[in-house]
Write a protein that binds this ligand. Structure first.
Ligand SMILES: CC(C)(COP(=O)(O)OP(=O)(O)OC[C@H]1O[C@@H](n2cnc3c(N)ncnc32)[C@H](O)[C@@H]1OP(=O)(O)O)[C@@H](O)C(=O)NCCC(=O)NCCS
Length: 162
């Protein structure tokens, strides 16, 4: 049984652990690196959850997935980042439960759309995103730091009350 909850201040160590696990397991999926984030002090993680919500999927007491929603410069749009599911729990709908929580939160904050970046060469993530309703937003570019990797913006429209 999976439950998805927004991370609170007392769960920062668990958030750090699952995020570092994701960067170790799937470095090519993310713009950030394990070394970069492992070195960060606890204040970094506290600032992260203050900037936007992080949601963790729990199987009993084990964190098996994560996603965050961060504000953007586009009015009424949030961006999903750091989406990851433990390889042992893939194919069970964990990512959809995480994204549902993030989209509900975004809608409750007045968002009319939610975007994310997906790297070329990550067909599983892209298929997942398109299956749940994300569509190409017409923007492709090299990642600002990992310049050899091209990323594409996908977006989903949210309609209030739906
Ligand atoms: C993308 C991701 C979050 C999807 O998570 P998920 O909870 O497995 O999503 P789903 O349950 O919807 O399954 C997705 C696909 O994996 C397949 N799958 C089933 N068992 C699997 C397994 N053991 N391992 C890998 N994939 C599996 C599913 O059949 C499904 O395939 P389909 O798209 O062809 O239908 C996950 O693959 C992941 O963490 N990838 C690495 C990080 C990443 O790419 N993040 C996204 C950045 S934009």
């Amino acid at each position: 049984m999976i439950s998805v909850r927004r991370v609170v201040d007392g769960e920062l160590a668990a958030l750090r652990e699952v995020r570092l696990r994701s960067l170790a397991a799937d470095p090519a999926a993310f713009g950030s690196t394990l070394d970069g984030e492992r070195a960060r002090p606890m204040a970094f993680w506290r600032e992260r959850i203050a900037r936007g919500p992080w949601f963790v999927a729990w199987a009993e007491r084990e964190a098996v997935g994560v996603v965050s929603a961060v504000p953007t410069t586009t009015p009424a749009e949030y961006r999903l980042e750091a989406m990851w599911v433990d390889p042992a729990r893939r194919g069970e709908g964990v990512a959809e439960a995480l994204v549902d929580a993030a989209l509900s939160w975004s809608r409750s904050r007045g968002a009319t759309s939610v975007a994310l970046w997906v790297f070329d060469g990550n067909p599983a993530a892209r298929r997942f995103c398109e299956r749940i309703g994300f569509r190409p937003a017409g923007r492709r570019e090299p990642h600002p730091e990992k310049k050899s990797q091209v990323r594409e913006c996908l977006r989903i429209q949210l309609w209030p009350g739906c």
